[in-house]
Ligand binder design. Structure first.
Ligand SMILES: C[S@@+](CC[C@H](N)C(=O)[O-])C[C@H]1O[C@@H](n2cnc3c(N)ncnc32)[C@H](O)[C@@H]1O
Length: 286
């Protein structure tokens, strides 16, 4: 089964569902273990499994499926309203946000995309949602009241020390703050909260950083900044046709420089060959 982007969707389950709005029949195709699903029907849609059955967060469509006694509900995730959804439908290889993950979300706004991240990580995961606007923060607090895996933090993400008492180490940082110093903001939070080997996913809006330069030049210069902060970019894609002049960069946070990673492997390999040739190994064997 191929989805719109040509990416392979692992079909772990396909079952008919009732569309709560227009009563047409759809099919949910699970792409486990990512926690993100495709609903196939009259119109295909990206969906997440609703943590709070019976409730929409921002008027999005819900579709439900009966499995024996239990009712499972999915919420449509609009790529024109969420850069993370746009990245997934654009074919990004990995978002690293999955069931059970601990995620720091910078630029949470009113909590629309945050609510889908909350669906994906599920009850075993956590979303630390940072937003400095008190106006958006009010909506975010309301979303978090019903979703116990969201910890709303109404602070400036430039000052991580102000919320360090609330936050544990995280597996992933997702950032969508649309600020000229966004990479520095992500780096500050990564140095404080991202575990070594954890991942970052950054949405870059070119004209927020430099409205006079070509978007590709802006993306390249941001990628360079990341590399000097132990953030190693692994994948970059633009968000056309959902957003213009936006890119998403996904990478790994690694405290070991590449050269050390390579030399550590080389050392282990040398130790292994020395051990294979060692007389002690023969003695112990005998
Ligand atoms: C593009 S919007 C985010 C949209 C959101 N990610 C979504 O998908 O619904 C950027 C948000 O980042 C917030 N923001 C900008 N700078 C920030 C900072 N330094 N600390 C915390 N939030 C910030 C803005 O107030 C705004 O709500």
């Amino acid at each position: 089964m191929k989805e719109e982007t040509g990416k392979e969707v692992k079909e772990s389950s396909t079952y008919p569902v009732a569309d709560s709005t227009n009563k047409t029949e759809s099919f949910i195709i699970s792409s486990n273990p990512s926690g993100v699903f495709i609903s196939r029907g009259k119109e295909d849609a990206l969906v997440t499994k609703n943590m709070v059955v019976g409730e929409s967060v921002y008027g999005e469509k819900r579709i439900s499926v009966e499995e024996g006694e239990t009712k499972i509900e999915y919420r449509a995730w609009n790529p024109f309203r969420s850069k993370l959804a746009a990245a997934i439908l654009g074919g990004v290889d990995q978002i690293h946000i999955k069931p059970g993950a601990k995620v720091m979300y910078l630029g949470a706004a009113s909590g629309t995309t945050v609510s889908h991240v909350s669906d994906i990580v599920g009850p075993e995961g956590l979303v630390y949602a940072v937003e400095f606007s008190h106006r958006s923060g009010r909506d975010l607090l309301n979303v978090a009241k019903k979703r116990t895996n969201i910890i709303p933090i109404i602070e400036d993400a430039r000052h991580p020390h102000k919320y360090r008492m609330l936050v544990g180490m995280v597996d992933v940082i997702f950032a969508d703050v649309a600020q000229p110093d966004q990479t520095r903001i992500v780096a500050l939070n990564a140095h404080n909260f991202l575990k070594n080997g954890g991942h970052f996913v950054i949405s870059i809006k070119a004209n927020c950083i430099d409205s006079t330069a070509a978007p590709e030049a802006v993306f390249a210069s941001e990628v360079k900044k990341m590399s000097s902060e132990n953030m190693k970019p692994q994948e970059q894609l633009t968000l056309e046709p959902y957003e213009r002049d936006h890119a998403v960069v996904v990478g790994v946070y690694s405290l070991l420089p590449d050269i050390m990673v390579r030399s550590t492997w080389a050392q282990l390999f040398r130790m292994e060959s020395v051990w294979q040739r060692s007389p002690l190994k023969r003695v112990l064997k005998e």
